[in-house]
Design a protein around this ligand. Structure first.
Ligand code: ATP
Ligand code: MG
Length: 332
């Protein structure tokens, strides 16, 4: 039997370059080797979109399209919607009995999100439950591998702990202990130079952005704030334009030359950005074209999701039954 992958996205917006290098690339690469499940975690989206929940269903379709446009093959991979697999919530309720409040609040990603999204103490119970629901997302199909960005590593540790706890109390090996796989760049910075490109922080280049949008965004990018004139020596470290060159420009010699010229005040920010724009265009235009084709048949996209959700549900029902029987929530 093939080993399984579970990974996915929160449909709080369309997918961006950060998603690609953090996880999408690995999904596509590994879909032949692993039986792959991609979750569109719509319930999780409510943590961000609680005031505009009607947007979630639209984003769910968009995120499915993004996954297909980068090369996820629906004949091999199961793309499913979390809320169509209610067994996940039952599993999460069981898991929540094994996690203390203190443990959740020590989770560095929870702490970071509270700061980054300026949540103060306005976050919901659902928000701090996020890692528990996520454990259920992953374990409902008994995944062995979870390709994600760096911000998810702490959550995955929580999933692994839950899997071990349930295995221990049931004296069984119901769950594999899932491994984490971080992508080529685990945390792509935002256009504003902030640590993480994020769909909810307004600092992203989306896979669906038009050529004009990409150009506008690149030309306005944050570079080196200490550099006033093109003849001033520039800094590479912390300069998102060069981080993107490192990740997306296949011509490594060109990147090395540009860096040297930049550090010696021999190339302008505009020139380095122009090059980046071209590099991103080469990367994005085939994705954009596939996206446009896919968007024309939303009925087909819905079919793919419904099929994927049926499959995920079948597997989750089996898992849940097994857990309930072993844990004593069954009188038969
Ligand atoms: P939100 O701000 O709503 O949480 P997000 O941009 O973080 O949105 P998610 O749907 O939460 O997106 O993340 C989906 C996957 O993409 C996760 O595996 C996450 O680690 C990864 N990811 C998200 N942003 C980045 C990034 N900037 N660099 C690398 N990976 C990323
Ligand atoms: Mg996120």
């Amino acid at each position: 039997m093939k080993k399984r992958i579970l990974t996915g996205d929160t449909p709080t917006g369309k997918l961006h370059l950060g998603h690609f290098v953090g996880t999408l690339q690995n999904r596509v690469k590994l879909q032949d080797e692993y039986e792959t499940y991609i979750i569109l975690a719509d319930l999780h989206a409510l943590t961000t979109l609680s005031k505009d929940p009607y947007k979630i269903s639209q984003y769910t379709l968009e995120v499915a399209i993004d996954n297909l446009a980068v090369g996820l093959n629906p004949d091999k991979s199961h793309i499913f919607v979390e809320s169509l697999v209610p067994e996940i919530y039952e599993l999460a309720a069981i898991f929540s009995m094994y996690v203390t409040y203190g443990r959740v609040m020590r989770n560095p990603t929870i702490k970071d999100e509270i700061t980054m999204k300026e949540l103060g103490n306005t976050y919901s119970l659902g928000f701090i439950n996020y890692p528990i629901y996520q454990a259920a997302d992953i374990l409902c199909v008994k995944a062995n591998l979870v390709p994600v960005g760096k911000d998810q590593v702490a959550h995955l540790e929580q999933t692994r702990e839950i899997a071990r706890d349930i295995n221990r109390v049931t004296n069984s090996e119901i769950f594999p202990i899932p491994e984490v796989l971080v992508g080529q760049h685990g945390k792509l910075p935002g256009l504003d130079g902030k640590a993480k490109m994020s769909k909810s922080l307004g600092n992203a280049i989306f896979l669906s952005d038009s050529s004009e949008e990409v150009k506008k965004k690149v030309m306005r990018m944050y570079t080196d704030p200490t550099r006033i004139r093109a003849t001033d020596p520039g800094h590479i470290e912390g300069n998102a334009v060069f981080t993107y060159h490192d990740v997306f420009n296949p011509n490594k010699d060109e990147v090395a030359d540009m860096k040297q010229a930049y550090e010696h005040g021999k190339i302008s920010d505009v020139a380095v950005k122009e090059k980046l724009y071209q590099v991103l265009e080469t990367f994005l235009s085939p994705i954009r074209e596939r996206r446009i084709k896919l968007e024309k048949d939303k009925g087909k996209i819905r079919e793919i999701i419904i099929e994927g959700s049926k499959k995920a549900r079948e597997e989750s029902q089996k898992t849940l039954l097994e857990v309930k029987e072993k844990i004593g929530l069954s009188i038969v």
